[in-house]
Design a binder for this molecule. Sequence first.
Ligand code: SF4
Length: 535
Amino acid sequence: LCAGLEPRAELLIEHLHRLQDAEGGLRQGLLAALAERLCLSQAEVHEVASFYHHFEVVADDTALPTTTLRVCTSLSCAMAGGESLLADLRQRLAGDKTVRVVEAPCIGQCHRAPAACVGQRQLPQASVESVSAALASGVTGPRALPASGAPESAQAYAQLRRLLAGELTPDAVLAELKVSGLRGLGGAGFPAWRKWDTVRAQPGPRYLVVNIDEGEVGTFKDWQLLATQPRLALEGLLIAALVVGVEKAWIYLRDEYHDCRLLLQDELVALRQRIQGWQAEFPHAVFPAIELRRGAGAYVCGEESALIESLEGRRGLPRLKPPIVALQGLFGRPTLAHNVETLSWLPAILEQGGAWLAGQGRRGRSGLRRFSVSGRVRNPGCYLAPAGITLRELVDEFAGGMADGHELQAWLPGGASGGILPAALAELPLDFDTLAAQGAFVGSMAVVVLSQQDSVREVATELMRFFEHESCGQCTPCRAGTTQARALMQAPAWDAERLTELSHVMREASICGLGQAAPNPFDSVLRFFPREVQP
Ligand code: SF4
């Protein structure tokens, strides 16, 4: 089952995927054999296999289903009927031992809600009929995306070639990056050039990690980017690798994006052939080896140090910082970790100049942002818009206005983590740091729009259930705090004093951003929608 995979411990998760894909579950006996093959203890294999939501550890004599059906009940899908779809499918498939029905957190198709995934095939705007038809057809492999095999754009890899040919020096690229003001677009917004500068100054070997584990509720921008322009990301990866001088690059792709994995596999085959040609033409260039890895359904692995742990074949437990990963990251080496969209801006910055990107934006903000917009708007979708745009402008100019029969009541500026804001604040500029005074942030720019038909209180409670489910459990303030908060939020009237105290402890004492941001939904409700939770 694991033929062709090297028996290295850091490839444990890849091995587990092979077994899970082939058998529909992870039998204890096979896990024991795998432990022997990878020279790991059975406990080490078991703790990893049981950590990730996409693995199912079972006894040897368990009858396993042939297909896993995931139905998204996360916020945007729930608003589009995801929960009743799940209930209907459970009823329809009750007694069918060939299908395992799983309630899934966000699967990155919020603009085509409700979404389901039949085996490895995503089904947007799913219904009982379309899911049943997919199951009956037996076609459960990933869908081939249209970009796969598309004719090569004349511009693809043009900026990389300029760098290889010496038209651009690494210093000139770094200078242009600084002028552009490009910030990390995975959520943190850290200036990209500073990371490059830091990693580049460290002794080698240096590594590069591309984070495509977008799991924030309401986020699908990386999926959209990869599905339509995968070569931008790969060109950006190589430019970064050559400028910073990295020996090897890893692409960590969230497991829900089976279609993108297929696409990237094809693109990487083609890229390796190109690299052979470039290597002959530019013999002094040092290209990195590139490895594509699968996540396994753990939201917390979007946090860069958890992702690095996962790449090393372990549970995705965020690391204590310092040291930062730029100094001591993957396998203890200096690591440039970037969200895929951040890297994909490199070709445009080098073609049009850093000043071009810096000159975009509204209300004094700089740059362009990819907003994932979903919920009660007429045209949910991924929109490239100026930094500093307001929610009102984003909805009206890009998303076609509010959906028929819906009036803006509230909105989430940054998915589950970024807080919940009232309609009265729809004129605030959207960008990093602009919402801090409201206790909110844009993060990965996942905007979910709620109307008068939605209960903000219920939305906040569901988000807390999500955080509780996704907490890695490593630290008590987050593990116990999310459970306590959810319980408190289920009371008819909220105990504001206890929730506020809990919020303080979670923010101050959690190791990573998940626990620190988890109180945002209830803090927002207490601040902006107190009447919803008073007796
Ligand atoms: Fe894990 Fe939560 Fe602690 Fe982060 S804050 S390390 S997710 S328990």
